[in-house]
Design a protein around this ligand. Structure first.
Ligand code: SAH
Length: 250
């Protein structure tokens, strides 16, 4: 296995890059690919930057230039449903691009010429990621996340959810928008800006992949408040520990 790990934001990946054993770096196409061993697993870490095109380009490079056999995306997302709270973890079972609409030529949300609107993640890898996420919450969470941060972001007893994640080239920060997405997409758990692009690339190239997202906001008017603080002091630690538990199979 050679695992490609993509994150959208620098803060989310810093800890993983620092944990690489025998690291080497290659800059290509405005991205910094860090290769090495992560707890014994051959890995390549890279920032996609933000949005679907950036993520698609990064996933393609990981496969075609760096020979990864599996891809994991770790990042943050807005809650897509009232049952999903800040600090919860969403492991995608399927992903959809909510801003693709070639109707009436193709059904709304369908990616033309694939026949699909929902792209399925790899069941085995996603299962392992969900197990790692649950172990993180059960065993690491209280030590890993400081009491101040738990209080500031009202992190009570975070949960792991599995289901639909929707992606689009927009930071969702209006109540009407997230309510409209929730109403149009049954089972929606989270909204973000990259996952479904990675999903389409992996589908087309036949590469197993998983997407894990820490919920950073409620995709409403408050979404941008404390966003980077949450990423640095909470989500980055979630990503680090989940990947560690995944790689060490613990
Ligand atoms: N403020 C940041 C920009 C973050 S963009 C900066 O200045 O760098 C938001 C990132 O988090 C994207 O990678 C996206 O996938 C995810 N995300 C988190 N909450 C989101 C929301 N409410 N809507 C869309 N994407 C969200």
């Amino acid at each position: 296995m050679r695992l490609g790990i993509i994150s959208a934001l620098h803060e989310e990946q810093q800890g993983l890059v620092e944990a690489l054993e025998g690291p080497s770096r290659l800059v290509h196409g405005m991205r910094d690919y860090a290769t090495g061993k992560l707890w014994g697993i051959d890995a390549v870490c890279v920032l996609s930057r933000i949005g679907k095109v950036a993520a698609a380009m990064t996933a393609t490079m990981l496969v075609e230039k760096f020979g990864v056999t599996h891809i994991l995306f770790t990042g943050v997302a807005g809650a897509g449903d009232a049952g999903v709270r800040v600090g919860d973890i969403v492991v995608a079972e399927s992903l959809l691009q909510y801003d693709i609409d070639a109707s009436p030529l193709f059904p709304k949300y369908e990616v033309p010429l694939t026949g699909l609107s929902h792209f399925l993640t790899d069941a085995q890898l996603s299962g392992q990621v969900a197990t790692a996420a649950q172990s993180f919450l059960d065993q690491d969470f209280m030590d890993a996340i400081g009491a101040d941060e738990r209080k500031q972001f009202r992190l009570g007893k975070p949960r792991v959810h599995r289901g639909l994640v929707a992606s689009g080239d927009r930071f969702v920060s209006a109540r009407e928008h997230i309510e409209q997405l929730n109403a149009s997409l049954p089972g929606l758990l989270a909204v973000e800006m990259e996952g479904a692009a990675v999903a389409q690339v992996c589908f087309e190239l036949g590469v197993p992949f998983a997407i894990v997202r820490t919920i950073s906001d409620n995709a409403n008017e408050d979404a941008a408040v404390d966003f980077m603080c949450f990423v640095k002091s909470v989500a980055a630690l979630y990503a680090f520990h989940i990947v560690k538990r995944l790689c060490t199979n613990s």
